[in-house]
Design a protein. Sequence first.
Length: 364
Amino acid sequence: MNRVLLATAGGDCPGLNAVIRAVVKRASQERDWEVLGSVQAFNGILWEPSEIKVLDENTVSGIHFQGGTILETTNKGGPFSWPVKNKDGTWGAVDRSDEMVRKLQYMGVDAVINIGGDGSQRISQSLYEKGLNVIGVPKTIDNDLSATDSTFGYQTAVQIATESVDKLVTTAASHNRVFVLEVMGRDSGWIALNASVAGGAEICLLPEIPYDIDKVMERINSRFRKDRGFVIIVIAEGAHQQEGVTSTEDTGEVGRGNVKYSGAAARLVDELKDAGCPYDIRSTVLGHLQRGGVPLAYDRVLATQFGVRAFEMVLEDRFGEMVSYQHPHITSVPLKDAISQHNYVSQDSDLIKNARGVGISFGN
């Protein structure tokens, strides 16, 4: 019996279950293949006792439209940085990657499909370099992986952000207010940019284009006449002023590798007040609402294609590679290329130019 193990790692994302379902259903068409799932990324392998699920067609029936992941996930720790509590009560980390590779060999696992973002795929590459047969599947709502045209979950996140802009427009207009909407994206502004264009925001603030608060105030003032008017500002969580810094938060969470972005909207409100903004200002942080819920049809389709291709790559021994969407094809790229650079919004992109063409200000 051949075995392939699935893991979902990092933040949850609409479409994860569609990938899991696709792998299982494609594997069921081959003889002598069993699909396993590790609970909470690779934790399920390293825990004692281990938590490994057998995934069959009954297990994955009807999960493609469900948000989250039936395997659970985590963005803390990992096989190369496993949290351990020291005798003095502080926390440290140890490398358990060799132990995990041995465990997988003992379990008779022939290949691992790791579904995750850039951090997860860096782990995939490191495990591949240790001799593990690994295939990556790109997953992020931020759309910040450069080796694929798009990632599943991104379109759903944009839709949720756009619907939020739509709702804020009516309340902002009713009260003659400035509304600041903070969206996810980390260092990439794709969600903010697309939601701004789709929702008709007046101002869009991105990590890739540091803003001048005076320019932002100029745009706000142009929207008000005799204290009547309204403004919608969409700000990416990683955006900041020129010569400024990104707002982050130390969560104190054990094993957390990535910095938590937090407070961009609140900081902007303070900056506007300090700049003398005379209008009522309110802020809304979408946060994890962008990650949850039912994936759009587009993301279900893309996730399904990724899952099918990932298992076929197992059959083809295409290890050390990541599934990639390069329109119109579902193909693959080496993991080392997939993690070599981020997908940032280019200031020269057509979408930026078109956004300016409809009057959106980027505060610069």
